[in-house]
Design a protein around this ligand. Sequence first.
Ligand SMILES: *Cc1c(COP(=O)(O)O)cnc(C)c1O
Length: 393
Amino acid sequence: MTTIPAFNPPTRILMGPGPSGANPRVTRAMGAPLLGHLDPEFLKIMDNCRDMLRQVMRTANDVTLATPGTGTSGMEAAVMNLVQPGDKVVCGICGYFGDRIAQMAERAGGIVTRVQAPWGSPTDVAGIEKACREVGNVSLVTMVHAETSTGVQSDVPAVSKVAKAAGALLLVDCVTSLGGVPVEPDLWGADAVYSGTQKCLSAPPGVSPITLSAAAWARVKAREVPSNTWYLDMQLLEAYWGPARAYHHTAPISMIYALHEALALVLEEGLEARWARHERNGRALQSGLEGLGLVLHADAGYRLPVLTTVRIPEGVNDVEVRGALLKRHNIEVGGGLGDLKGKVWRVGLMGESSTPGNVLLFLSSLGKLLREQGFSADVRSALDAAATGLAAN
Ligand SMILES: *Cc1c(COP(=O)(O)O)cnc(C)c1O
């Protein structure tokens, strides 16, 4: 007989860059009986998901579905289907994820121009305009709405205007923004928008909502060579999600259940109320961190409420503090990525994790650990500033 070690994952407070905490209704849904991926009852659930996705993504686009796989699958589906070999692509980059898009566009055979902004500043709109002019005949402009590596929110309407003027389609990564801050593909004029389940939608990682405008869909259908991803081929995916119901892959049944409940929770809360909750809690956290005596990393005016980057003070040990937060306080936060490794912490307040209680608990826990590290954090002033923000409306 074999004794298998106990399976007992602890209940953490997930305040990193994702996954966020899931509502019990979402995790419970995953325990519902499995259905076949072509069972009429399952197809009804898919149709409901589609309807709810259109509402949560604020779009009337026909082609709106969820790709199998985490947020990166939505990114790959968008890029690989829209970029053909030889296409000119201008990529707005202000952090780690913007560059991931550029790498994919290169793999798709695109001729990529990277427009870099400092890690902490928003997407460089004027730089994109200049690049479009210099490169000429640009077919796609890409950007990240909410850059999770830096905590910065970029101006999508401004980039959209530039892309439209250049005759290019616009791809926007909304993995961290959807369900936390306003995402408006139709208003923006964005042609490809994708997200993920484990950030502000507060479901486990596993599927990726994506929507394509009529112009993007026409581009996909007019491809001269098929996309070099079979699994994430949007035409094959749409043939399964749409009326044809043609088998393409075995849908991740339990994840579709989770998506269904996560979207229902968003709509029951109401998008505006949900955005306001994220805004209030995020700003309270940011006031609290400044109250502790810390410095926020992202440019003022462009700070995301759902993901805050805060600089690690001189003399404080990054790994020790994050380790103690996890072991002693049960709180997960993220370290810096890429250029910001060892320089910032990334604190998420996404979906279910965005609560006043988490804001106050995190500030007091971090304050205590900073004092142990020799940094004279002013915990009283931090909690006072946060509580004032939480009470504001
Ligand atoms: C998390 C994230 C991704 C990737 O999503 P995964 O679920 O990790 O595959 C892409 N873009 C942004 C902006 C993200 O925050």
